[in-house]
Write a protein that binds this ligand. Structure first.
Ligand code: 6GU
Length: 241
């Protein structure tokens, strides 16, 4: 997969060299290119923003600079344009899985009060465009959201996560529940014991305990997720939790 990121803070994307995403790049699964938006400015001050029409606080990023950047990065091709913005559609594990099927993503990182709306309107006439929000809070710009989205997508690419089983039993996985708590050695630490059932070697009881804990955690932290589970997926034992 190819990923281009356009930003006024290329150094902000330095973490893409590290850890899982860095390894995916080194392994040749990911081709990441970070660009400085100011490369497409034409004035002496390398201006990327201006005051908003209609008045109000803050500055708006200029459509001409963004348009030139996208033209240069995409060329005649049709990568999917991703615009991180608090007014976008929610970024979820399902969206991550969809993006992982794309051959090429271009991220446009807005700052200030956002990018002139005509940039996205124009891009939509020739490219698929997705405006994404990573949560209900406001960031200073799209860069940290790109780090989040790229990591969530990269670990779904074939060969990036060593054991593909780790992609199955995890929070926001197929069963729609949050993950159960996990333990490793030692069996007692600071007076706290690992739950006995996990030491029992009884696979059926371990599976039942994990399912119960996942249901309890989901009910406590994310009751909205429980509502979305198909009742046919719940057995009698689930209902007792
Ligand atoms: Cl994707 N961008 C910005 N600037 N703020 C956000 C966001 C994205 N998601 C939540 N808040």
């Amino acid at each position: 997969m190819r990923i281009d990121v356009v930003t006024i803070f290329p150094d902000y994307l330095a973490p893409l060299e590290l850890s899982l995403v860095g390894k995916a790049r080194a392994a040749g699964v990911l081709d990441v290119r970070v660009h400085d938006l100011r490369d497409w400015t034409t004035d002496r001050h390398r201006t990327v923003d201006d005051t908003p029409y209609g008045g109000g606080a803050g500055m708006v990023m200029k459509p001409d600079v963004w348009g030139a950047a996208l033209d240069a990065v995409a060329g005649e091709a049709t990568p999917r344009l991703i615009v991180p913005t608090p007014s976008g559609q929610p970024f979820t594990q399902d969206v991550a899985a969809e993006l992982a099927d794309e051959p090429w993503l271009v991220f446009a990182c807005g700052r200030y009060e956002g990018i002139d709306a005509r940039f996205v309107d124009d891009a939509r006439t020739r490219l698929p465009v997705t405006e994404l929000s990573i949560g209900d809070y406001v960031l200073g710009g799209g860069e940290s959201a790109v780090l989040v989205v790229v990591e969530a997508v990269a670990r779904l690419l074939p060969g990036v996560v060593g054991n593909p089983e780790s992609l199955v039993e995890e929070s926001h996985g197929a069963d729609g529940l949050l993950e159960y708590p996990v333990y490793t050695k030692p069996p007692t630490w600071r007076g706290l014991d690992v739950p006995e059932v996990l030491l029992s070697g009884h696979h059926g009881m371990v599976a039942r305990w994990r399912r119960d804990e996942a249901l309890r955690r989901t009910a406590r932290h994310r009751p909205d997720l429980l509502e979305r589970i198909d009742p046919d997926q719940l057995d009698q034992r689930d209902r007792e939790v």
